[in-house]
Design a protein around this ligand. Structure first.
Ligand code: ISL
Length: 512
């Protein structure tokens, strides 16, 4: 039988700090705002929160570009505020996971500034630097054909030292070189900094990108018409990946009672997944397998059209529910995070006549499966995507904007194509997962004072869909979530540790 542990029984509530609650009227959520809502979080019955990055950052990627892991983005608060939050949560038996972003840093991180200062810098090899290539005409070219996950080349040229550095996300997010033992140790120290302050674990961002193929070979040409190719076969789950994780375990994590959840993009086959979470591997506790978030991605990327069918959820669910027990592994159960549209709008329906039922249906799915459920703040009240009446300029996230601008440049004359792009943004933009929390029906939804300008559009449906309107309603989505949370606890032998049998046709293969 399955060994029982707190992190298997926990339900985790993700908080996007910019969007939870603004306590000082600057239009941006903050740590004191979260502290003031600890009683609310407690009332839901969740066991832990996962806080998206709150660290010092130029915010080119909303904090996933960390400039200093040991200080806090000033508008969010201070290290002392975070300590208060940790203590307040613990006093309420709620644990806290932090986002560990160590595949890359901001280009404003002291490490990168030093690394780029000269080719002989002692930190030069903390990042991934390569000489340019030249074509037959003598034009400078990138060291390989990899495409950035946010569009364009994955390489950025540094004029000062005449080399390129690898940046799989934005050019302002240079990839760290995990081959460097000194860099790894510095990263371990950063982890200890927070663990020593009481943090209960990490969600490890872009976890499996930390080890790349040492030769950085050109990616397979999938789209011959495009200048850059994915290359993921050479930068995801590389040869040293498991060494790095085991080192983190033995050097750092094993000295604390903590949990880890690794974000696993690109790697999808059962064997590779098992190598991260099989119990005897002593690596990670659980993963966010990318197939759940990719369910409605098109063949050439996130914003390409795909005809989503619920069969996909069934296939993925069957796959992992059946697979994990085989190697005594564990997994997450999730549908939402800050990187996409809300599951309610994406996979079900936010139409007024279906909205509450659909939200409860998805809650039922999440609360009854084996694994550790992760929910995104707002899910408990059925928060939805921005509606169809919000135009392209309502979308501000860099991933969606880059895609939009790329299509505009190449196919801007094609009205039909631009309509397609907008429709995809309306479904999948990362902005939807980041909409400010809808607390009540006062101006600005109680997220910030009426006179402030919120950093992000507040969905105008807040007048009807908000926390205050559901608190005392036993038929509300929130009441349903609370019931499901306590039912899951009460019957953890069934819902957490029980075995799984698909009653309908068991689809064990993949749909693609
Ligand atoms: O792997 C992917 C697709 O299969 C990507 O979606 C990838 O997993 C994802 O973009 C990584 O996201 C994380 O790192 C980013 C950050 O912008 C996201 O918010 C974060 O969740 C860079 O740090």
């Amino acid at each position: 039988s399955i060994q029982k542990t707190w992190w298997k029984e926990a339900v985790v509530y993700q908080i996007y700090p910019a969007s939870f609650l603004d306590s000082n009227g600057d239009g941006l959520g903050d740590i004191p705002g979260i502290i003031s809502k600890v009683p609310y979080i407690k009332s839901l019955g969740v066991d832990a929160i996962w806080l998206s990055p709150i660290f010092a950052s130029p915010q080119k990627d909303m904090g996933y570009d960390v400039a200093d892991y040991r200080s806090i983005h000033a508008p969010y608060g201070t290290v002392a505020d975070v300590q208060t939050l940790i203590d307040r949560l613990h006093a309420n038996n709620i644990r806290i996971l932090m986002d560990l972003v160590v595949n890359h840093t901001s280009d404003q991180h002291a490490w990168f500034k030093e690394s780029r200062s000269s080719k002989s810098s002692p930190k030069r090899d903390w990042y991934i630097w390569r000489d340019p290539k030249y074509d037959a005409l003598g034009n400078r070219k990138e060291p390989n054909n990899w495409k950035s996950i946010f569009g364009g080349s994955a390489w950025a040229f540094d004029e000062g030292t005449g080399q390129y550095y690898l940046a799989l996300f934005l050019p302002s997010q240079p990839d760290l070189n995990w081959e460097s033992a000194a860099m790894r140790q510095a990263t371990h120290d950063d982890m200890r900094f927070w663990l020593d302050r009481g943090v209960d674990g990490f969600r490890i961002d872009s976890m499996n990108l930390m080890s790349k193929h040492p030769d950085l070979p050109d990616g397979k040409i999938v789209n011959p018409d495009e200048p850059y190719q994915s290359g993921a076969e050479f930068f995801a789950s590389g040869p040293k990946m498991h060494d790095y994780i085991r080192e983190i375990r033995t050097e750092v994590l094993d000295h604390y009672d903590v949990m880890t959840v690794g974000e696993l993009g690109f790697t999808k086959d059962e064997q590779s997944v098992s190598e991260y979470v099989a119990k005897d591997r002593h690596e990670l506790n659980m993963l966010f397998t990318g197939d759940i978030v990719d369910m409605d991605f098109g063949p050439n990327g996130k914003y390409e059209r795909d005809d989503f069918h619920p069969r996909k959820i069934r296939t993925i669910t069957n796959l992992w529910q059946n697979a994990m027990p085989k190697f005594d592994g564990w997994n997450t159960i999730y549908l939402d995070n800050h990187d996409s549209g809300r599951s309610l709008s994406r996979y079900a329906s936010d139409a007024p006549e279906h909205r509450a039922t659909a939200a409860k249906m998805l809650a039922t799915y999440l609360m009854t499966l084996s694994g550790t459920p992760f929910m995104l703040a707002g899910q408990e009240i059925g928060m939805a995507n921005l509606g169809k009446d919000y135009g392209a300029d309502s979308y501000i996230d860099v991933e969606g904007r880059n895609y939009y601008n790329e299509v505009l440049e190449t196919r801007g004359g094609d009205v039909g194509k631009m309509d397609d792009v907008l429709r995809e943004l309306q479904l999948k933009s990362r902005d939807h997962g980041r909409l400010p929390m809808q607390w009540d029906n006062s101006p600005n939804a109680g997220f910030t004072v009426a006179s402030a300008k919120p950093w992000m559009t507040i969905n105008k449906d807040y007048t009807e869909w908000n926390v205050a309107s559901q608190l005392d309603d036993p038929e509300s989505i929130m009441a349903y979530w609370k019931q499901m949370l306590s039912l899951r606890k009460e019957h953890s032998d069934i819902f957490v540790y029980g075995s799984y049998t698909a009653l309908e046709e068991s689809v064990t293969g993949r749909w693609f």
